[in-house]
Design a protein around this ligand. Structure first.
Ligand SMILES: CC(=O)SCCNC(=O)CCNC(=O)[C@H](O)C(C)(C)COP(=O)(O)OP(=O)(O)OC[C@H]1O[C@@H](n2cnc3c(N)ncnc32)[C@H](O)[C@@H]1OP(=O)(O)O
Length: 457
């Protein structure tokens, strides 16, 4: 790591000696405002800002208690991450430092919270890694087990032979430690997996015959899966992390990797396959894979037809109670057994299948909206809504300031007129929030429906 003008030891010493008589308070700077991060695949990209810029998540959790950097004027930090060795180099420059009461942030220690041992001390040493580490990926996967090997349809056949390789043992631990900074920078709130736990499995997406001469194999992304015992004699597979590196995103690689993992789950006859807290982007990719698989399952059509004909014949605006349009339980079980899709994911897909089957959707959109609303109301607010003494309130939380609700029980003896007032405004707010969630959900469903319709036409 390069620290221009000042070593980190000097910075630490200054931090300890806080000045008393400062004149101007130090407001600090947000890390995301002064740190630029690039992925570089060649030596000449370092320093020239022609690498691939990445947009990191909020970096404040890696810096001091309140997430800011203090004590610097004109601070600029540029980090390059090599896509060959996944080591990094940080170029730090600033006009001056001054302890104005908040100390001077130890930048080296903070950057190490993200990059750990992957930061190379000097630029020269970092530049050398582009030639000395050209075989890094190849050597790491040399003992790996190839899970899938084939050409990728979207890309030129000459340069697009893809392999999914499972790495194990020491190689897995070493390689994963090089990938952790990218996980921390790109997946909000992520934590590194415990590579010493033998139930974690890492699958790498590797491009062979790359277009970059001298680089025999290029790592495009990876997935970390946890395999755990399911009584009495099977296993469940849960995807904990998946990452396609930014230069290769939105080119079909994530779908390819997830498809291979899904096929493996079926081939291994595991109990079911799940994903831990999938982000919307991943949920979209997953649904685009699962919908065609579900449509190809024979028992889906009769179950779907019966729901859809009811929906076409009824006017749900006039319903007197919530009607469920769930799939039959034997279909849920068959989907799990044959496709390894768990119930939660199947119910998500079920809504999309109904949307696709309600043709023309424009004619039945009101009814569709109603079933989505009823389902979301049930998920978010729960069955107890409206029961006496129970109340649901919208509250902002660190997870999602817009759509969080809390339920509490009122005790007797409170001011009833006030309660009615609060109840009415709460209800309106709640209804608005629910409608917003329905809009978002229908938009997401539409995206998947458009994608799978194009694929099948
Ligand atoms: C359990 C977890 O790991 S959750 C965290 C998931 N990982 C991340 O978010 C890390 C950053 N993102 C990524 O690594 C990748 O974008 C992945 C893994 C989510 C997807 O991989 P990609 O190679 O980009 O996916 P791929 O190209 O196959 O498909 C992308 C599809 O998702 C859509 N998509 C991509 N980003 C988003 C987004 N933010 N919101 C909605 N849809 C999105 C694209 O439009 C595309 O859809 P289309 O095929 O209908 O046009």
């Amino acid at each position: 790591m390069g620290t221009k003008h000042q070593s980190s030891d000097a910075v630490s010493d200054q931090k300890k000696r806080r000045k008393v008589g400062f004149t101007k308070t130090d407001e600090g700077v947000q890390p995301n405002d002064c740190i630029k991060i690039y992925i570089a695949s060649r030596e000449d990209e370092v320093g020239s800002q022609v690498g691939f810029p990445i947009e990191p998540v909020d970096l404040s959790s890696f810096f001091e208690e309140d997430g800011k950097i203090y004590g610097y004027q004109g601070l600029k930090i540029t980090v390059w991450i090599s896509s060959i060795s996944f080591q990094a180099y940080a170029d730090i420059s600033f006009e001056s430092t001054c302890d104005a009461g908040k100390g001077i942030t130890d930048l080296k220690a903070s950057l190490q919270n993200i990059f750990a041992d992957n930061l190379v001390e000097t630029k020269d040493d970092f530049l050398k890694t582009f030639s000395s580490e050209t075989n890094y990926v190849k050597s790491m996967i040399s003992d790996g087990k190839v899970i899938s090997n084939g050409l990728h349809g979207h890309l030129n056949a000459d340069s697009s032979e893809l392999e999914v390789v499972r790495v194990e043992g020491e190689s897995m631990g070493l390689l994963y430690c090089r990938l952790v900074p990218l996980v921390l920078l790109l997946v909000d709130g992520s934590n590194p997996i415990d590579v010493t736990d033998p139930d974690w499995e890492i699958y790498l997406l590797v491009e062979k015959k790359t277009d970059e001469k001298d680089v025999p194999q290029k790592l495009l992304g990876f997935a970390a899966l946890y395999r755990f015992f399911h009584y009495p004699d099977s296993h469940r597979l849960r995807l904990g992390q998946i990452l396609v590196f930014p230069p290769y995103q939105r080119k079909g690689y994530g779908s390819h990797l997830l498809q291979v993992i899904t096929d493996m789950a079926v081939a291994d006859n595991i109990y079911d396959f799940s994903i831990e807290e999938p982000l919307d982007s991943l949920q979209h990719v997953r649904a685009c894979i699962d919908i065609p698989r579900l449509l190809a399952l024979q028992s889906i059509q009769p179950a779907l037809n019966s729901v859809v004909s009811r929906l076409k014949g009824e006017n749900l605006a006039k319903r007197t109670q919530i009607t469920r349009f769930s799939p039959p339980s034997d279909t849920i079980e068959e989907v799990r057994k044959t496709l390894k899709i768990n119930k939660k994911q199947f119910l998500q897909c079920w809504e999309i299948l109904i949307y696709l089957a309600l043709d023309p959707i424009e004619k039945h959109l009101d009814n569709f909206r109603t079933i989505v609303l009823d389902r979301i109301r049930g998920d978010v607010i729960g069955k107890d809504t409206g029961a006496s003494g129970k109340r649901v309130l919208e509250v902002p939380t660190e997870f999602d300031s817009e759509v969080s609700f809390v339920m509490f029980k009122t005790n007797g003896g409170s001011d009833e007129s006030k309660e009615v007032e609060i109840e009415e405004s709460d209800k309106m707010k709640q209804e608005e929030q629910l409608q917003k969630l329905v809009d978002e959900r229908i938009e997401a469903i539409k995206l998947v429906a458009d994608k799978v319709s194009v694929k099948s036409s």
